[in-house]
Design a protein around this ligand. Sequence first.
Ligand code: ARG
Length: 606
Amino acid sequence: AAQSLLQSLLPPTLDESDPSLLRAASFVFITAIHSICPEASSLGIETKAFKCKDIKHGDYQCNAAMAMFQKLKATGSLPPGVNSPVDMAKAIAAAIPTENPILDNLTVNGPGFIMARFKSSYLSKWVNSLLTNGAPSRPKLSKPSGTVVVDFSSPNIAKEMHVGHLRSTIIGESVCRILEYMGNDVKRINHVGDWGTQFGMLIQYLKEEYPDLHGDIPNITDLTEFYKNAKQRFDESAEFKKVSQLNVVQLQAGDAEYLKMWQVLCDVSRKEFEKVYKRLDITVEECGESFYNDKIPPVIEEFSAKGLISVEDGGAKCVFVPKYKVPLMLQKSDGGYGYDSTDMAAIKYRVEEIKASQVVYITDFTQGDHFQMVFAAARKIGWVTEDSHRLDHIGFGTVQGEDGKRFKTRSGDTVRLVDLLDEAVSRMEASLKERSNIPEEEIHATACAMGYGAVKYFDLRRNPTSNYIFSYDRMLDTKGNTAIYLLYAHARLESIITKGKAEGVDVDSLLKEGKAKIMLEHKSERNLGLHLQIFADAIEETLSDLYPYHICDFVYALSIAASEFVTQCKVLGSPEMESRLLLCRAAAIVMRQCFDLLGIRHVMRI
Ligand code: ARG
């Protein structure tokens, strides 16, 4: 304690290579506070800076004056002349030396907020290094990177992949990219539902309908139909039901013939899933429920050896965890294993065999309790601890049709994802043919980038917990917060760069020769420089809750700043042409980095 008290009395330091604006601003404020009151941090006053809500008033702000005034008043140690929180704020602002390299334009607002702007010279230093490196600087994290399992997409075999799985797929891909970007070793896992009791009836139906499996393999559009038919037989015929249940036993016991039929069904489904993944540039490795089949019995033994199992009346083996009335069921009364059993075996495998220090699950929100219980049980048995492991469940809301109901086709069927994606592309194709003059042979690829990008962005840009209404018109809108708007904004920057080249300023050779040097003089130039540098804080924010919408908010604000810059400042043919073209390039680089983290393909011209 004495050590940490001493530490808090020392003036703060700044790591020059840390790109975080938040920490840079905090450093300036804390240094000033410290010079007035060295014990401020030990008094528990929040001294860190915040990004201003409204850019009109400032870039970043310090809110410490109010609390500091109260504390110092209470201890009778107010500095002379300080009679109000506003006086306190003024005193802090006055303690910031004008020659500090980071902040200027300090003003005191309202009850004692200190607002500040970043110096152009500070921002341009970072933009220049961005150009030299060809990439923005990554945030410096205190926590080291490690192995992270991301369990996402995870559709069920023989059932059509639905929009819920699409959400998991889109969010999961982005989460993986963000974690990989920060240097983590990410295991992308597709926990497909390939081992449920549905296989009993599916195998039975397969046997009856397709006696010659080699010659005639059903395709997935039939497989949904197939599932429905099998289910109907199952519900109607007691005889069918009985054999189906026996089939499950045979299959789970590893009978070769049954495994072969199971494999056929899985392969057919897999082909359809692949189509979706290929269209959307998704990388995910299948490791489905069946993989854990033989890992379940030892898990049950372990729980029981530690005395953590309660046996219910019917014989089911359960584990109770704090705060939940219903238990996790590790083994059903008929001896079978279910969803809970598999997830317990999976979490053990992930932390103990894969050595993951973080596991992220991405499913619809209704599974929230299930995962909280799985996490609690893993802690209870000691596989994970709060300190050494991070376990997250990202639970997302439902996708609704324009009528506000669950998303369906007009005929009331679930929408085939491939059709849904194809529709976005064909609408985009039609619109490009109408108003773009890109060469014919580029149209399809451009429409794919934009159409798929639009579907993804429409999902990613919101808090996943919210429901959303699926609307092609809104996601394909050229104005507003859509991928289409962003891709246009990016292409516009590249088009200015191309024109600059025609006028004799080649940004790429400037960069190659190491001659890149930008200046941020005009208000919109400085504002764009600021937005470019916010990138690091946006990434850090995303890592805290794993919600990619922070990156969407960031790239949207950035593209507004970039558009404003090219509208307010003459680029081509101006005396500042070189610096301004470079600034366009810097903005394009950061935008592409964001697109990449969101899983959106960029295009250089539209
Ligand atoms: N197959 C499940 C579903 O469609 C999702 C699986 C999520 N992952 C897990 N480890 N339980 O709802």
